[in-house]
Design a protein around this ligand. Structure first.
Ligand code: GDP
Ligand code: ZN
Length: 314
């Protein structure tokens, strides 16, 4: 029985069966539940409500707040529940920007993961900034420094904004803060790259757990189990997401794949054939750019891996 007019708010926290809502940009949290079956969107998802969702709710006579529907999502990021499952899990929705946090120190950078993530953001129209964290280590470690240089070459060359940052370098942190202002920012990356440390610094929140690099990090175990939003004092919000191991793209049209590689997108109009898979066709502008070193071998290999559904890219 409804006693009050429906109202809308944003989901800022998910603790399994309960949700915390707030009427953003105001930060006043209140709990809510869902009851029974909710109408799902157009694909099979394991969670009907995700962080960032704008929802409609009403308040029952006993004060319980019940979510009744999810307003259309501007965008969302999903991952497959398992490799074999056709179901997907919505990580977050209505995102303004994504920070992909990587490091050339520990843990080892996984380019297939990076490329898969970037493709997902391109497919959903989410601007992405790559944070190359633990830059302080580069001064002491020549091997790491040359890896970092190559990384910046590949991804800067592909057109991405790559920022070298360190939690010990205030200037780099304020450069990150400048990009966050007024936005809902999703932080993603493998476990141990420093997402929690960065969010803790940016939000000034004391209750974010930072774990020492341990064997659990190396095994890629999750330290963040549930998704949560943190407000930045300077405006804007962060969402921390667990170290994503499998980051599956659901419903990706493979004939469109090269459109999600900005450096390919910018030359493919010149391919002789349309459509062109950029693999064997004569007069292919992508392969020409590859030969001229304008497209990196690493990125092209990632493209092939995804195109051919290589296990590494699933
Ligand atoms: P998360 O799993 O991505 O949230 O990573 P954490 O924030 O828990 O950090 C993992 C480890 O990396 C911790 O021991 C941090 O102290 C360390 N760490 C994070 N950022 C930096 C950095 O900029 N430089 C260095 N040297 N270590 C960092
Ligand atoms: Zn081509």
């Amino acid at each position: 029985m409804k006693t009050e007019k429906e109202s809308t708010a944003t989901v800022v926290k998910n603790t399994g069966s309960r949700y915390m809502l707030s009427k953003l940009p105001e930060w006043k949290l209140f709990p809510a539940i869902i009851r029974g079956r909710m109408r799902m969107g157009d694909f099979d998802s394991t969670n009907p409500v995700a962080i960032g969702d704008r929802v409609e709710y009403y308040i029952e006579p006993d004060g319980e707040c019940v979510i009744t529907s999810v307003l259309p999502r501007r965008n969302y990021i999903i991952r497959k529940s398992t490799n074999l499952s056709r179901q997907s899990h919505i990580i977050a929705s209505n995102i303004d920007m994504a920070f992909l946090v990587v490091t050339v120190a520990l843990p080892e950078i996984k380019l297939p993961f990076v490329d898969r993530y970037l493709v997902t953001c391109e497919a959903y129209g989410i601007p992405v900034v790559i944070l190359l964290n633990k830059a302080d280590v580069l001064e002491k470690d020549a091997g790491a420094a040359s890896l970092a240089e190559r990384f910046v070459e590949i991804y800067g060359g592909a057109g991405y904004d790559v920022l070298k940052v360190s939690i010990y370098d205030k200037e780099s942190i304020s450069a990150v803060m400048d990009r966050c202002r007024g936005k809902l920012v999703l932080f993603s990356g493998q476990s141990g790259v420093g997402k929690s440390s960065l969010i803790k610094l940016l939000s000034g929140s004391a209750d974010i757990k930072v774990l020492p690099i341990s064997s659990s990090h190396l095994q890629g175990k999750h330290t963040t189990t549930f998704y949560e939003m943190y407000p930045f004092p300077s405006g804007g919000f962060a969402i921390d997401s667990p170290g994503l191991r499998s980051f599956g793209l659901v419903d990706l049209d493979r004939s469109q794949l090269s459109c999600y590689f900005p450096e390919m997108r910018s030359v493919m109009d010149n391919c002789r054939f349309m459509p062109c898979s950029h693999t064997h066709e004569p007069g292919c502008a992508v392969k020409k750019a590859l030969e001229e070193g304008k497209i990196s071998r690493e990125r092209y290999d990632s493209y092939l891996g995804m195109l051919l559904k290589d296990e590494k890219y699933r």
